[in-house]
Write a protein that binds this ligand. Structure first.
Ligand code: ADP
Ligand code: ZN
Length: 781
């Protein structure tokens, strides 16, 4: 008997062994197969051509059908998925699912096809006959443009046509509509889509009649849905003549030398905001393309980096594919198959593009490598940057991690020499970094009252930029209108019934709506208190909606746009807002962290940060790092053009190190300071952490299960060199109606930590579904 290991689409399940019945060939790794599981038949993927263990021949089931003769997923991607499943403790099916294009599991073809009509040699002879008849009738004065033009390639086909007299007779038998259709097709020389012919007055019916006489052929042809076209993503020709700055040239040569070695290496490109990192990526990518290898460019969010996409599209033309979750399934599917066919040299995409089916990878660029969007917060909980590095080790590629504010992990690896470090300390053309001013909001409240949102300094600076026709970004990393509603009489507040979180107030068409940002529960805010019936409900706190409102009141002539998850819900809304701002149709853009990412708006000379400390209150070990990154990044949006920029940072904690050092834009000092804190608290990157959350219908149930898991892990603490913290109530102790208890496993040897946890969970299959394991968590809320 022959056995294979198959990944099936069932959560948490390890790979399964199936028998290949005699009448089937042995399927290759990466091929899809139809296999029985329980009473269903599902589409799985072969991950190994042999069995993991010798199965019991009486119980092992047969493969039903082999879908692919050739690998559907390249073997390298299958191997990567196996690594992901193992490292992040997910099921192999979960990992394979991320690498599959939409529709890969359904039987029907997901290609979009269109009908194309092509004229036959016989049909062509008829149009030729008409041409000759016409020229005889009209004489030599007929301008050549009026005669049917024949593409040269079709010339020889005419010689095969039968007698001209018979053609002329047949031609007369055609209706005028049919003759028109033949003329259009003859002039085109290539097949034309039926849809396009319809626009030119040729109906499907006419084509069907011509086809039945053998004058045209109709066939279906796969059509690629083009996301560039639909999203109106522009393409920008790279400025070839542009000279690299001396710093850029040094860094480029340093990295190009690594490309040349052709092996695996990770490099950190640490360049301040506006130092011209994109230009480096582009030239490296071109060098890799010349060497005949492929490039993967990972970005946090495509819509936030239209200029980067445009630049690469300009340079690589149709050798570019795009992969991200905002594409329609059809577009994703088509782009995936273009990559799989080897039609592209460069893939631009978000997190999951790290699984793109490239087979000649030479370079992976992870732009803004510190960005949290690279981490997937559902199974498999992988980090795109880390998977990229593992992929590059498998495939012998260079990884370039780019950032002005590298993550603690990455910088630590650069300092220790594990990564090559390339640094750019100056902005291009020696433009200065924005000068940053701190406004102490405690003092502002004391002088102006507790309701101030925009300080006098910030208001003055905004007025000044508006008068000079320059642009302003205003950051508040909190969406909504108000952060809470409470009753002034009895103090009742509006909490989410499903989560331990207070509801955020949004302005709605017909009043105020309170919404939970975790589970999306929402309700209209009533006129009177639900508890005491007093009509004194008050809104407290503020978010982006209120900042937008206040700016509009203070600057009635300013054109203001708002970018947050609420305002960009509609497809294309984000690209449109950013586009209008880039085109100068808006003066002020208010928004959450979305406005801080990577943008290059040369006319922005002022960045205002309304509450710099929004994230500092979170019970999360990365709170200071996040705050530092966000402030440095947003300040980096100012002064990227000819005029120098300024940033004004409002805060209640002007002495906090993450705020102080972000304002001085001193990355190195922040890193040292933060590392000392992490060392003291035993947090990453000093140790590895696995966060385990156990969910239950009641708190006691969750706590009991968590306690039991921890009890079983305890014996491993000595041998595996790990410690367990907890179990304890999670900071968000109730979420989406479930109670949550968590514990952290800390240690120096990740593999041992994973094994210990894995072994315990394998023994408790009945609770596996209620346990979320997060290896290298970005947050522990
Ligand atoms: P970063 O990603 O490092 O913040 P960008 O790559 O967005 O910086 O570059 C900042 C700006 O400088 C962009 O407008 C870019 O077109 C421009 N730029 C980059 N390199 C050069 C150069 N060598 N000469 C002139 N302008 C440059
Ligand atoms: Zn909720």
């Amino acid at each position: 008997m022959r056995f294979v290991s198959v990944a099936v689409p069932v959560p948490f399940l390890d790979r399964l062994t199936y028998n290949v019945p005699d009448h089937l060939e042995l399927p290759v790794v990466g091929a899809r197969v139809r296999v029985p599981i329980g009473s269903r038949t599902v589409t799985g993927c072969v991950v190994q051509q042999t069995a993991d263990a010798s199965p019991d021949p009486d119980t092992v089931k047969d493969i039903v059908e082999i879908v692919d003769r050739e690998p559907f997923l390249p073997a390298g991607v299958v191997k990567l998925c196996e690594w992901v499943a193992d490292y992040y403790l997910s099921g192999i099916g979960d990992a394979i699912a991320v690498a599959m294009p939409p529709g890969a599991r359904s039987q029907a073809s997901s290609f979009k096809t269109r009908q194309v009509a092509t004229i036959t040699a016989h049909g062509l002879a008829l149009t030729h006959a008409l041409g000759e008849a016409l020229s005889r009738a009209l004489g030599p004065a007929l301008p050549p443009a009026l005669g049917p033009t024949l593409p040269p390639a079709l010339g020889p086909a005419l010689g095969e046509a039968s007698g001209p007299a018979r053609d002329a007779a047949q031609r007369r038998a055609l209706t005028s509509k049919q003759r028109d259709a033949l003329d259009i097709l003859a002039a085109a020389g290539v097949g034309l889509p039926v849809g396009e012919l319809r626009d030119r007055g040729v109906t499907r019916d006419v084509l069907a009649r011509l086809a039945s006489r053998g004058l045209v052929t109709l066939r279906a042809e796969a059509e690629d849905r083009d996301p560039f076209e639909r999203a109106a993503l522009p393409s920008r020709r790279p400025d070839i003549a542009r000279e690299l700055t001396s710093e850029q040239r040094e860094v480029f040569e340093q990295l190009a030398a690594l490309v040349e070695t052709g092996g695996f290496r990770t490099a950190l490109l640490h360049g301040v905001t506006g130092s011209g990192k994109t230009e480096i990526y582009l030239r490296l990518a071109q060098a890799v393309q010349r060497a005949g290898r492929q490039i993967l460019l990972l970005v946090p969010e495509i819509a936030l980096t239209p200029s980067v996409t445009a630049l690469f599209r300009g340079a690589f033309g149709d050798r570019v594919a795009i992969q991200h979750s905002a594409l329609s399934d059809g577009e994703r599917h088509d782009q995936w198959h273009r990559i799989r066919r080897g039609d592209v040299d460069l893939v631009i995409g978000t997190r999951s593009a790290v699984f793109a089916p490239l087979t000649r990878l030479g370079l992976i660029v992870v732009d803004e490598e510190h960005d949290t969007s690279y981490k997937q917060e559902e199974a498999p909980r992988y980090h795109g940057r880390d998977v990229a590095i593992v992929r590059a080790t498998h495939e012998g590629a260079l990884v370039v991690l780019g950032s002005a504010t590298p993550s603690m992990e990455t910088y630590q690896n650069a300092v220790s020499g594990k990564y090559t470090q390339a640094t750019m300390e100056r902005r291009v053309l020696d433009r200065p970094l924005a000068a940053v001013r701190i406004v102490n909001m405690r003092a502002e409240y004391a002088e102006q009252g507790p309701d101030v949102i925009i300080s006098r300094d910030l208001a003055t600076a905004v007025a000044d930029r508006l008068a000079r026709r320059e642009q302003v970004l205003v950051l508040l990393n909190r969406r909504g209108y108000a952060t809470a509603v409470f009753c002034r009489q009895c103090g009742d507040t509006f909490e989410c019934p499903n989560c331990t979180i207070s509801l955020t107030v949004h302005r709605a068409r017909n009043g105020w709506r309170a919404r939970c940002h975790y589970c999306n529960y929402s309700m209209m805010v009533p006129k009177a208190c639900r508890k005491c019936a007093a009509p004194y409900l008050e809104r407290a706190g503020f978010g982006t909606e209120k900042v937008e409102e206040q700016l509009a009141e203070a600057f009635p002539d300013a054109r203001i746009g708002r970018v947050d998850r609420d305002s960009v819900r509609r497809k294309g809304a984000l690209a449109s807002l950013l586009g209008r701002f880039a085109d100068g149709e808006l003066d002020i853009l208010v928004g959450t962290q979305m406005i801080a990412k990577g943008h290059d708006f040369p006319r922005v000379t002022l960045v205002g940060v309304v509450s710099a400390d929004v994230g500092l209150g979170l019970a999360d070990f990365r709170a200071a790092e996040r705050t530092f990154q966000l402030l440095t990044q947003v300040a980096g949006r100012a002064g990227r053009g000819e005029r120098t920029g300024e940033a004004i940072v409002q805060t209640l904690y002007p002495d906090h190190y993450s705020i102080q050092l972000a304002c001085r834009q001193d990355y190195r000092a922040f890193f040292e300071r933060e590392l000392a804190y992490r060392r003291g608290m035993r947090y990453p990157p000093m140790v590895a952490v696995i966060n385990t959350v156990v969910r239950g219908r009641t708190f006691d149930e969750a706590m009991q299960t968590a306690t039991e898991i921890v009890r079983r892990i305890e014996p491993a603490t000595a041998t595996a060199g790990l410690t367990v913290l907890g179990p304890a109530p999670a900071p968000l102790v109730r979420l989406r109606g479930e109670h949550r208890v968590q514990f952290l496993v800390k240690g120096l040897r990740r593999a041992d930590m994973r094994r210990a946890l894995q072994a315990v969970l394998a023994d408790m299959p009945q609770v596996r579904r209620r346990v979320t394991v997060d290896v290298d968590p970005l947050t522990v809320l």
